[in-house]
Design a protein around this ligand. Structure first.
Ligand code: SAH
Length: 235
């Protein structure tokens, strides 16, 4: 047991070092050579091993995405760190996540903000993530099954919105749910290719400014029927 515990700590430390190194290596693209220490602390505190399927537990702290079933993935830790850092989360904030998946990204954010609202289009994944997050003691995450395309208006406006599936359009309804001064992070572009990770900022006059950060590869946003990607320009 002690041995297993030590191995986990070593792997977690290795993951954090890899994220640090990758942050430095990509600074010329992202404009940030290291991530906020609160973000790194959150990555240290949330046990990624709890969010991967049991048969992949040995790979839980590898810096790569892993399958979580139903064709979906838990994102690469470096990308989770980068997207979280780009949101610049603050303790008083509420964040909307689209694409709960395993619940890992939601858990990271829940360490950093007041409340996380997360939508997941595959009902079974939503139920499983909600159960896991509640088992782990997260009282400040609300997960709901549903299509995130139009956001979650009941709890809007949000200080930040994070989309963890590749979008080919951003609906006006969703953009309306971002507070002036808020930030939205999204992998934007056609599925099954690389997308541009975009940081979209809404200024205090509600004008949008968007900046490409770097290329990423995400699973596509799906439509209500769970199998067709939202087509370019729709919505
Ligand atoms: N954030 C997740 C990784 C998500 S993978 C984690 O930390 O594990 C992308 C997720 O987005 C998948 O679970 C997928 O089912 C979900 N998704 C795809 N299209 C969606 C949509 N239109 N609305 C909500 N969720 C969607």
């Amino acid at each position: 047991m002690v041995q297993a515990g030590r191995m986990k700590v070593n792997k977690l430390e290795e993951m954090l070092h890899t994220i640090d190194a990758e942050a430095r290596a990509t600074a010329f693209l992202t404009g940030r050579s290291s991530f906020d220490c609160r973000v790194m602390e959150a990555l240290e505190q949330v046990p990624r091993s709890a969010f991967v399927p049991p048969e992949l537990i040995d790979y839980a702290y590898d810096n790569r995405p892993l399958p979580i079933g139903r064709g979906q993935t838990i994102s690469q830790p470096y990308i989770v760190a980068l997207m979280t850092d780009l949101l610049e989360p603050q303790p008083s904030q509420t964040i909307l996540e689209i694409g709960t998946g395993s619940g890992y990204q939601a858990a990271i954010l829940a360490q950093l903000v007041q409340h996380v609202y997360s939508l997941e289009i595959i009902p079974l994944l939503a139920v499983e993530a909600a159960a896991l997050l509640s088992r782990l003691g997260y009282a400040n995450i609300s997960v709901q099954a549903g299509n995130g395309h139009d956001g979650w208006p009941e709890h809007a406006p949000y200080d930040g919105i994070i989309m963890t599936a590749a979008a080919t359009c951003l609906s006006p309804a969703l953009l309306d749910q971002l507070k002036p001064g808020g930030r939205l992070v999204v992998p934007f572009g056609r599925p099954h290719m690389t997308q541009d990770l975009l940081l979209v900022e809404k200024d205090i006059d509600s004008k949008f400014h968007s900046r490409k950060i770097l290329e990423v590869a995400f699973v596509p946003m799906m439509d209500e029927d769970h199998d067709s990607a939202i087509t370019h320009g729709k919505g």
